[in-house]
Design a protein around this ligand. Sequence first.
Ligand SMILES: NC(=O)C1=CN([C@@H]2O[C@H](COP(=O)(O)OP(=O)(O)OC[C@H]3O[C@@H](n4cnc5c(N)ncnc54)[C@H](O)[C@@H]3O)[C@@H](O)[C@H]2O)C=CC1
Ligand SMILES: O=C(O)CCC(=O)C(=O)O
Length: 365
Amino acid sequence: MNLFTQMEQEDYEQVVVCQDKESGLKAIIAIHDTTLGPALGGTRMWTYSSEEAAFEDALRLARGMTYKNAAAGLNLGGGKTVIIGDPKKDKNEAMFRAFGRFIQGLNGRYITAEDVGTTVSDMDLVYSETDYVTGVSPAFGSSGNPSPVTAYGVYVGIKAAAKKAYGTDSLAGKKIAVQGIGNVAYSMCQYLHEEGAELIVTDINKESVERAVQEFGATAVGINEIYDVECDIYSPCALGATINDDTISRLKANVIAGAANNQLLENRHGDLLQEKGIVYAPDYVINSGGVINVADELLGYNRDRAMKKVETIYDSIERIFEISERDNIPTYVAANRLAEERIETMRKSRRQFLQNGMNILSRGR
Ligand SMILES: NC(=O)C1=CN([C@@H]2O[C@H](COP(=O)(O)OP(=O)(O)OC[C@H]3O[C@@H](n4cnc5c(N)ncnc54)[C@H](O)[C@@H]3O)[C@@H](O)[C@H]2O)C=CC1
Ligand SMILES: O=C(O)CCC(=O)C(=O)O
């Protein structure tokens, strides 16, 4: 991997490599773009197959956060950390405290939170060493686990997508196929069930499926069967890349809207959805409730304010559909355009501000 070439091609600002021999910490903090503000993005802990794979993931995820934060209307840039290790075996207190000191050293250029493999209690340890962490325990005046809030955002996003496809945002009687009943999807299914949707679910974890069957009257199907079921909406809430050549030809839904990150295997699969007239709610817009929630901590956390902001995901998704229709472009391109335009506008206005500052400074000299 040629790191500097990749950084230059995709405009990464900074990559920080952190190691602490005593605790076993091996972390990569990637900061993609801070035009809109400090880079905010979670910390993923994962057993990467190679160091190169870890770098790739950190870079890809950091860039994704630039787009997610910009499209969500947050005054935040994009960054992310990966910690190399097994979240079930390799965690220890010293590791997260050492990580916290590395973050503190960046002096606010990067703010972290949870991601796959890290928890609220890990963030509490990070918090003991740095101010620049969100998603810590409510006991510290913080917002805690972001998943239920992410779930609410996905729920309102599904409603906006249903309105586009079916002319009404009511989900009563709609058949919704949910892939993965984890933290986000469980809370999401509560909302869907309350509204009268019919749920079809799958998960590799049998207990999670059983709970959904019992609590929501869901119908359970096999891991691979979920792509073939008759349904109105397919909601991917487990893995990325589940929208690909194989699944697009099998899916029966007119709407794809779910929590998972990086749902399209390749961009061309977003083009294919557009050609087939399938309404696709771009992943990083519909799942931005978690980051909207943790970002509210930077203002002094207020749950009502955070939830009101999360509700605007409905409008953002509608706006993206409008741009997609107006410019005849796939919805994922419309979302990218929205994010890029906001960053570019702010970049220009900041340049303007600096220019004015220079004029003032040079006055009288
Ligand atoms: N937790 C949050 O606030 C946010 C989560 N996301 C994304 O949403 C997705 C779900 O996140 P969480 O609910 O937090 O994760 P989770 O780990 O709690 O849930 C994922 C579920 O998917 C299941 N699963 C894994 N492989 C599967 C397969 N092949 N088929 C069916 N089920 C499978 C797992 O058993 C688990 O129950 C992830 O892609 C995550 O990156 C995005 C933004 C914020
Ligand atoms: O939701 C979070 O906890 C942090 C934000 C983030 O990393 C994400 O949305 O993927």
